[in-house]
Design a protein around this ligand. Structure first.
Ligand code: SF4
Ligand code: SF4
Length: 355
């Protein structure tokens, strides 16, 4: 059975791969130089218009560092004209009170700041830039002063797993409305961090810790790219309190558009479903008709233990981690500790070897 085509509620638009940082875990392998093929203002606008024709979703401007684009305010303003809802993900260095005021005037609805450690030592090591932590903290303070809603995004690996509770506490103290941990997917520059991915046992413990944190936290706690959190919530008695927690939304409720106009399920699964410049800027056509997206939405075509898992519908496993680690995007998510049935599966063997 192929799932009904769902329109995305959220689309991340990677408007550039330029960034002054060179973080260890960067999916985009961002750097100072502009990539060949980076979209022009007019191309970005055509893409936004084609998305708006199909769905009135949230657009997450991302990068690289999206603030590196001089036309970012113009693109945000254009989103609002199209009745799209723009938000922006930043690592913080270009953000101060003045830039936030301009972002607000353009119509931005919220910001997310990346914070990968509770201390300068951890965060700056991740970001490979001394002073990055202080700049991120200063940016959150400016956001608070400007009365701008913001969340804290944290990529979790073995490097910072012991700081998760402290980062969540810091997020609350800084005035974030949400703490949003992301589970590391080793793509882009993050491939070099393959040995820092959580193993299934520590990942399962983390998911349970995050559930406890969510239950007592005064701010929202949302787990991204940890689709097994949906299973852990379902297995607990907390599910009634939170309602439906969604697992992987890549290719259904979430989509990604790359700096060169490729439509993807997400930024971590680097497979193009179609290119918007090449197809004449018709987002809906790619979203509905792409064979790759149809395959991703076809849960019974999944393999390994995910195929027989009773939680598949709500979790779906991380297709990007399956692809990066085993080469099969329909295979088992190698960090999942859940065993749907006694016995071994080929994909488990792969995960044990890799992890
Ligand atoms: S495939 Fe993995 S990285 Fe991509 S959206 Fe799904 S959970 Fe996140
Ligand atoms: S076996 Fe697959 S579908 Fe089931 S919980 Fe694990 S990752 Fe999710």
């Amino acid at each position: 059975m192929v799932r009904k085509v769902e329109k995305p509620k959220l689309i991340a638009f990677e408007v550039t791969r330029r960034c002054r940082y060179s973080c260890q875990h960067c999916r985009a392998d961002a750097g100072l130089e502009q990539m060949d093929g980076e979209l022009t203002t007019e191309e970005c606008k055509k893409i936004l218009a084609s998305v708006a024709d199909f769905c009135k979703c949230v657009i997450i401007f991302t990068g690289g560092e999206p603030m590196e684009r001089d036309d970012i305010y113009e693109l945000i303003r254009y989103c609002r004209e199209l009745k799209l809802r723009p938000v922006l993900a930043t690592c913080g260095y270009p953000i101060n009170y003045d830039s936030i005021t301009k972002l607000k005037d353009a119509g931005i609805l919220a910001l997310s700041f990346s914070l990968d450690g509770a201390s300068a030592e951890t965060h700056d090591r991740f970001r490979r830039t001394p002073g990055a932590f202080n700049k991120a903290i200063a940016a959150t303070k400016a956001a608070r002063r400007a009365d701008m809603r913001f969340q804290i995004n944290t990529t979790i690996s073995k490097i910072n797993i012991n700081e998760v509770a402290a980062i969540a506490k810091l997020a609350q103290e800084l005035g974030a409305y949400c703490f949003n941990p992301f589970i590391l997917v080793p793509t882009g520059r993050g491939e070099k961090l393959s040995d820092q991915i959580l193993d299934p046992v520590e990942y399962e413990a983390l998911l349970n810790d995050l559930l406890r944190l969510k239950l007592k936290s005064q701010i929202e706690v949302r787990v991204t790219c940890g689709p097994q959190f949906a299973r852990v919530v379902e297995q607990s008695s907390a599910e009634k309190r939170f309602g439906n927690i969604e697992g992987c939304m890549g290719g259904t409720g979430f989509g990604f558009i790359s700096y060169k106009a490729d439509v993807q399920t997400c930024g971590f699964l680097n497979i193009s479903a179609g290119n918007l410049v090449e197809n004449g800027f018709d987002f809906g056509k790619i979203w509905r008709d792409s064979d790759f997206l149809k395959e991703i939405r076809d849960l019974p075509s999944y393999t390994g233990k995910c195929k027989i898992c009773r939680f598949l519908n709500i979790c779906k496993g991380c297709r990007a981690r399956a692809y990066t680690i085993s080469g099969d995007y329909l295979g088992s998510d190698p960090v999942c500790a859940y065993e749907p049935e006694a016995g071994k599966y080929e994909s488990d063997e792969i995960s044990k070897k890799t992890l």
